[in-house]
Design a protein around this ligand. Structure first.
Ligand code: ADP
Ligand code: MG
Length: 636
């Protein structure tokens, strides 16, 4: 059994997660002797002994024993999972009650625990695009501040040098004496400007918020792979869902099966063939067919073995394989209608019967052996409990909800119809799914694609935000930007809300950081010196600068209090909904100004205004009538 490295409930920050791994393992040598060794020395193929109640040191396969394991720290599932011979165990989980002998199959960086830690760490250190805004501001800000500092120095120096400072302008906080030490006097103002204007709070604004938010997401079962998807999610205007395994449980059941279309069909062989073929597929339908075959073969005396010699899965259509049974080579196909017809297999007059099942919301998969259509399996799937409420809540936010499925129109309509989505497209091949995403993007929509299977990966990669749901295919999770480990549909909305909360926080952080500088720089430049003889010594400027960084960090840490909100199912008035839709789709309105250009403009205007203020102040000071005494007082 392969362990899906993506299906975790990372309830802990990465450091704590890694510490779940025990430091030592009990190695069993070939001669049966045991030795305690450091886990770092474990190698693939080593046999280790795991006592009841102890933590499993590394990933491996059970070779002896049977026990239940508590995997809650990875899956969130509190009920222990039974582990017997040939089952996979995961390092860091707890062996509850039995003795297990495990063959190590993954060590070090390759373990499930290490890979999840890496995912979270990479996400936490990645940049959000909004960071570019801070970088852009810093680009102008730093030279701007140096210029202001130089101007400050020149102005104060020339005023002090020319003895233009009134004798009663004494400042206890200022070291330099305007008349005795004009250089020191002016230099202090300039240094204070440089110190207080250090843009470190601006630099901290985004990364700290991204770091906290990815941690919060992980705690809620929403793994966000970095700042970019975290930022993009709050702008999403259209959400596309896949059907099978995403909106539905994907735990399908075969509800009826017909393999007697051809009178001379060997029905048991057909079941064996279907089972052998589907054993190579990750599709939920494949699991249903295997389960059905197992129950049907349980009481049979048939001991024939069907071996798979070649296998090819075409995502969104079906499987084709060559099989061997008692010296005979069988070519078989299993999949949808389209799959059979593209392979030149006619379905004869069964169309009406198949359509009947489909109108009841069942997916019918057809089986052909040696180019003869022999029968079908009708599989049934149910909607996830939170599918309808999530669709409604998303629509209430003004978000467009679309469903794309590879399944046929009738089945799709029967299952998805009650959800009331904005659009439903059936019989969509994987490549068409990503083309559909691209088409929406061309229209200006910011698209989130939610899917679970291999067939969704191209669309997940194409979307602005690819969201893989649950323990689906690893390949889907690899193509996605966000992984919802709890397999809940509502987490799509929670991911969007977390992104909104993070982005609002980042905006506040920018405001704190910029506002602080806006206020601090004129103060440090001596704006209050003429009226109140107040000046900010470099030491206090340093303190103020540090406190602005601390404020930003605390502001980011406040994100830790984020709790996923319950789905908002309050009815909204048409007016409000229209407004929300407009807001969500603002980027579709011609002449729309994007957030980043808007912020950059505000930033630039503020800095410009600040410089203008300084200039005016200096001109005022320079043109002030001389009311000073030639002997300026000493002040400290
Ligand atoms: P969805 O988009 O709803 O997740 P898919 O694109 O995965 O559906 O599959 C579309 C159709 O292709 C299925 O309804 C089924 O008829 C067929 N199909 C895909 N894979 C398999 C398989 N392994 N076995 C049988 N049929 C399959
Ligand atoms: Mg699917």
């Amino acid at each position: 059994m392969a362990v899906d490295t993506t299906s975790f409930n990372v309830a802990f920050p990465s450091g704590i997660l890694m510490s779940l791994q025990p430091p030592v393992a009990t190695l069993i040598h070939e001669d049966g002797t045991e030795e305690e060794i450091d886990v770092d020395f474990l190698e693939e193929g080593d046999m280790i002994k795991i006592l009841p109640g102890s933590t499993i040191p590394s990933d491996g396969i059970v070779t002896k024993g049977c026990s239940s394991c508590d995997e809650s720290m990875l899956t969130g599932e509190s009920v222990p999972v039974l582990k017997k011979v040939q089952d996979a165990v995961v390092g860091g989980t707890t062996n509850c009650d039995g003795l297990l002998i495990v063959r190590v199959d993954k060590v070090g960086e390759n373990t499930v625990l290490a890979s999840i830690v890496k995912l979270v760490q990479d996400a936490q250190t990645s940049k959000a695009p909004v960071q570019a805004f801070a970088d852009r501001i810093s680009q102008f800000f730093v030279p701007g501040v140096v210029i202001i500092a130089v101007i400050t120095f020149v102005v104060w120096y020339s005023i002090a040098e020319s003895n233009s400072i009134p004798s009663d302008w004494k400042s206890s906080s200022h070291k330099g004496d305007p008349s005795d030490k004009p250089f020191l006097f002016a230099f202090e103002f300039a240094i204070s400007v440089l110190v207080i204007a250090c843009p470190c709070a601006l630099g901290l604004a985004t990364p700290t918020a991204v770091m906290v938010a990815t941690g919060v997401g992980a705690r809620c079962g929403i793994l966000i792979k970095g700042g970019e998807p975290l930022e993009a999610a709050h702008r999403v205007s259209a959400v596309i869902f896949d059907k099978t395994g995403t909106l539905t449980h994907g735990e399908m059941q075969v509800t009826s099966c017909r393999l007697d279309l051809e009178p001379d069909t060997d029905q048991l062989l057909a079941v064996l063939v279907a089972k052998a073929m589907e054993s190579g597929s990750e599709h939920p339908i494949a699991q249903a067919v295997i389960r059905y075959a197992d129950t049907r073969l349980k009481d049979s005396q048939d001991k024939r073995i069907v071996k798979l010699s070649s296998f090819e899965a075409t995502p969104g259509q079906g499987v084709q394989a060559l099989l061997e049974c008692e010296g005979r080579t069988i070519h078989a196909l299993i999949g949808n209608r389209q799959w059979l017809t593209t392979n030149q297999v006619s379905i004869g007059d069964s169309e009406a019967a198949i359509a009947g099942h489909e109108s009841q919301g069942k997916t019918v998969v057809l089986l052909a052996i040696d180019t003869v259509f022999v029968g079908w399996f009708a599989v049934h799937d149910t909607l996830k409990e939170d599918a309808a409420s999530t669709v409604q809540a998303l629509q209430r936010q003004g978000i467009l909800v679309i469903v794309l499925t590879g399944d046929n129109q009738r089945t799709a309509e029967a299952i998805i119809g009650p959800l009331g989505v904005d659009a439903l497209h059936a019989q969509v091949a994987p490549a068409q799914k990503s083309a559909k995403v691209a088409e929406l993007q061309r229209r200006g929509e910011i698209v989130a694609m939610v899917g679970d299977g291999v067939n969704d990966s191209p669309a997940l990669a194409q979307a602005n935000v690819g969201i893989a749901i649950g323990a689906g295919a690893e390949i889907a999770a690899a193509a996605a930007d966000i992984v919802l480990v709890k397999s809940r549909v509502q987490d799509v909305l929670h991911a969007i809300q977390l992104s909104e909360a993070t982005f609002t926080r980042i905006k506040w952080n920018f405001l704190w950081a910029l506002g602080f500088n806006m206020l601090g720089i004129p103060l440090a430049a001596g704006a209050l010196y003429p009226p109140y003889q107040f000046s900010l010594p470099p030491m206090f400027a340093g303190l103020a600068m540090a406190s602005s960084s601390v404020t930003v960090v605390i502001s980011s840490l406040l994100l830790n209090r984020y709790q996923p909100k319950d789905l908002d199912l309050e009815p909204v008035s048409d007016d409000k909904l229209k407004k929300r839709k407009l807001l969500r789709h603002a980027q579709l309105v011609p002449g729309h100004v994007t957030m980043s250009t808007k912020s950059a403009t505000i930033g630039a205007v503020s800095i410009g205004a600040l410089m203008l203020m300084c200039m005016v102040l200096m001109i005022m000071l320079l043109t002030e009538p001389k009311t000073c005494s030639s002997a300026a007082p000493n002040h400290m």
